[in-house]
Design a protein around this ligand. Structure first.
Ligand SMILES: *Cc1c(COP(=O)(O)O)cnc(C)c1O
Length: 213
């Protein structure tokens, strides 16, 4: 429908609040990449599963006291928005592992309460990340405000795509556009997402009462 080749969009299964058995089941069905928001919960499951054939992505807000655990257990981080956190992840990335793949989170909806750098501010952060040898800048990520207005969804995703094209012009390693969740993934794919982050549409509704604080 969006005129996209099927293999140009990857699926990240967002497994927050799914237990290790549920992740193992999805892995057995062929799913390789899993996204987690809560460090402690994720590390417990990563250790329990202990599988090198699962690619772990950290997609939640990053507290500075959690950077070591993230750098040791994940191969991707989607939610980088601060220089200080970039430095800490770089220092904590173990030498026996390849550089940590990172995406800069951009606040495409302009709401004061939302995470991410302001559109345009990703350029300065990108320069910092490129100077850090244990990090590899792969692209951008956004979580627009929830809306049923498809035209508005597309406007937000189109903005992220434009910023991504600018970054790509000076950096051929930039190849990943992480946008689209269960409720807006069609619009994201139409606007060029290369990685959609889907939880509810795969695993069902989450029980939010069990969330880590
Ligand atoms: C939970 C979460 C998702 C998945 O959301 P669904 O609506 O369940 O598909 C995607 N991205 C981030 C950053 C999330 O926290």
């Amino acid at each position: 429908m969006a005129n996209r080749a099927p293999d140009s969009v990857r699926l990240l299964a967002v497994s927050k609040t799914c237990d290790a058995a549920c992740i193992a089941e999805a892995r057995a069905c062929g799913q390789m990449a899993f996204g987690e928001n809560f460090v402690q919960e994720a590390v417990g499951k990563i250790r329990e599963l202990d599988r090198a054939d699962i690619e772990w992505h950290f997609i939640g807000p990053i507290q500075s006291n959690k950077t070591r655990a993230i750098a040791e257990h994940f191969s991707w981080v989607h939610s980088l928005e601060r220089e200080k956190i970039a430095h800490r992840l770089n220092e904590a990335r173990p030498p026996h592992l390849p550089p940590l793949n990172v995406l800069i989170q951009v606040n495409v909806s302009g709401e004061a309460s939302k995470s991410g750098v302001a559109p345009g501010a990703e350029r300065a952060l990108a320069i910092v990340i490129r100077s850090l040898p244990r990090l590899k800048l792969r692209g951008l990520m956004a979580i627009p405000e929830p809306t049923a207005d498809i035209a508005l969804q597309r406007t937000r995703f189109a903005l992220l795509r434009r910023l991504q094209l600018e970054l790509q012009a000076s950096d051929s390693a930039v190849d990943t556009l992480s946008m689209g969740m269960s409720d807006d993934l069609e619009a994201a794919i139409a606007e060029g997402a290369t990685l959609v982050r889907v939880g509810t549409a795969i695993f069902g509704r989450r029980d939010t009462s069990t969330r880590e604080k």
